[in-house]
Design a protein around this ligand. Structure first.
Ligand code: NAG
Ligand code: NAG
Ligand code: NAG
Length: 287
């Protein structure tokens, strides 16, 4: 049953990925906010799929850039990032927001670790990044609230409440949680896995009960929400709180689409509509 679900999920992802933004090209989502798609290949049941992933570059009021996530490095991407950031000189810091989006930090760091004038570029990650990627000099992890607030009020970083962020187990099916990065000036939120936006349509999407334009909850939700009774409701209420606090118009998700306009209203519908799911998860955690 589980493998069937994973298989369907994979089909969903593959399908959703077809019509999205071109790879390696910065797309200006809103004022001072750029999002870049990257390839992410996985072989599942003998078939190679491109699930895609993403990164964002935020131009701060200081003129410096905050980089959220990294994607596969190559000449085209480097050249595009160099153009935006003066060959990396304008990069202030790089932040890794998702425990399992780790592969591309080492190659990114090998290029962008200090500026031409010698200023070190600061790197921040999830606890799993700090445990597993020793080639990067990390300046701290996102469980530290003062790090999450470093770029306030322009950028606010939050960890979804009552989710497994520090050491999610089992590793292969607990990818639900990741920090959200909110950029107030462009009314945009950068999310990796917690929610999936179906930018395209297809029969597999329909099989999963989703369709083009749906914003769905990641299938690892049961593992990803902590295992005490109220945790599902605490997560739900946290989502209602961020909706109220940020009223973001644009929701960018790693796999694999961007919802431009109407973001927080759509998310509100998704959460309103999942009341049975949250009750089921809470009941399961009762004993
Ligand atoms: C960036 O690097 C390129 C190639 O090395 C060079 O031609 C260009 O002048 C550099 N730009 C800046 C602003 O340093
Ligand atoms: C830092 O970046 C430079 C290129 O800008 C590179 O030559 C060097 O190897 C990098 N250092 C590390 C430790 O990756
Ligand atoms: C609400 O959930 C049902 C099934 O649980 C689904 O069929 C429907 O598409 C969902 N609607 C929205 C707006 O998410």
């Amino acid at each position: 049953m589980k493998s069937v679900v994973i298989f369907l999920f994979t089909l969903l992802i593959v399908n959703v990925c077809i019509a999205i933004n071109p790879i390696n090209v910065p797309v200006e989502i809103g004022k001072d906010f750029y999002n870049i798609r990257g390839d992410w290949f996985e072989v599942i049941q003998g078939v190679k799929y491109n699930l895609r992933t993403h990164m964002s570059l935020i131009r701060l009021a200081s003129g410096k850039f905050l980089v959220i996530d990294t994607i596969e490095m190559n000449n085209e991407l480097k050249s595009n990032i160099d153009k935006l950031t003066n060959n990396g000189s304008l990069i202030e810091a790089v932040v890794a927001v998702h425990p399992f989006h780790t592969t591309f930090f080492k190659p990114f760091y090998a290029i962008y670790n200090r500026t031409a004038s010698g200023r070190p570029i600061r790197y921040f990650g999830t606890p799993r990044h700090l445990r597993n990627i020793k080639d990067v000099h990390w300046d701290g992890d996102l469980t530290n609230p003062s790090i999450r607030k470093l770029w306030n009020p322009e950028v606010d970083i939050q960890i979804p409440k009552a989710t497994e962020f520090i050491n999610p187990q089992p590793e292969e099916s607990n990818h639900f949680s990741g920090a959200f990065a909110f950029h107030r000036p462009s009314k945009t939120v950068h999310i990796d896995d917690t929610f999936i936006y179906a930018e395209d349509d297809g029969p597999e999407v329909a099989l999963l009960g989703a369709k083009k334009g749906d914003l769905i909850i990641h299938p690892d939700v049961d593992n990803g929400i902590k295992q005490y009774h109220n945790a599902p409701y605490e997560f739900r209420d946290w989502v209602y709180q961020i909706i109220k606090d940020f009223q973001f118009e644009n929701i960018l998700t790693a796999h694999c689409g961007n919802l431009i306009g109407g973001g927080y209203k759509k998310l509100q519908q998704t959460i309103d509509n999942a009341s049975d799911l949250f009750k089921k998860l809470a009941d399961k955690r009762k004993n």
